[in-house]
Design a protein around this ligand. Sequence first.
Ligand SMILES: Cc1cc2nc3c(=O)[nH]c(=O)nc-3n(C[C@H](O)[C@H](O)[C@H](O)COP(=O)(O)O)c2cc1C
Length: 193
Amino acid sequence: MQGGAVSTQTRGVLGVVGSAAGGLESLRTGLVEPALALGWQVAVTLTPTAGRWLRENGEFQRLETVTGLSVRDEPRLPTEARPHPPADCYILAPASANTVAKLALGISDNQALTQIGEALGTLGVPVVVFPRVNAAHARHPAWNGHLSALREAKVRLVYGADVWPLYEPREAAPGRDLPWAEVLAAIADDTAS
Ligand SMILES: Cc1cc2nc3c(=O)[nH]c(=O)nc-3n(C[C@H](O)[C@H](O)[C@H](O)COP(=O)(O)O)c2cc1C
């Protein structure tokens, strides 16, 4: 798909990166469409696993339709044009424990991590991350170190009992809503001039 269908933007380009964690299926309705309504141009990139999930349920195509841009879930070839405009800021949500860990360590083994990892080191590009994890993920011995590394990189974490109480695996209510309003408020704060 060619980019450019969304042409009357005022706020800039928001890179939305999604990984394979519960609630991913609400990425369009919970985050992308509200961000478009706020005036962002939205460019969506998914981890390969997240891409598989959203292709299977039709959301991949719907995200391309509403954003007017390709959804990326694999790297381009050097001979291919860049499918997205450069992002002014990024939201990584939902962020699986796996993707948080790799981001904190600087591992960029897919297109989603390549983009968000580079954004962490790019001056003036705010990054908001919502770790969609459970209590077991948070007790992993490396977890607090990963969060510290991201905070040191000036990432705004949407995290804590007030926005995302941690439950033991398989003990949270099914279909629990993700804190999309808090995620959008965080990027609005970080990009306010
Ligand atoms: C149905 C299902 C739900 C999952 N939900 C979560 C989740 O909420 N949080 C999480 O960290 N991992 C979750 N996982 C595990 C991740 O999908 C898995 O670690 C995967 O390798 C993450 O890949 P990615 O980070 O590249 O997207 C879930 C897996 C399945 C099959």
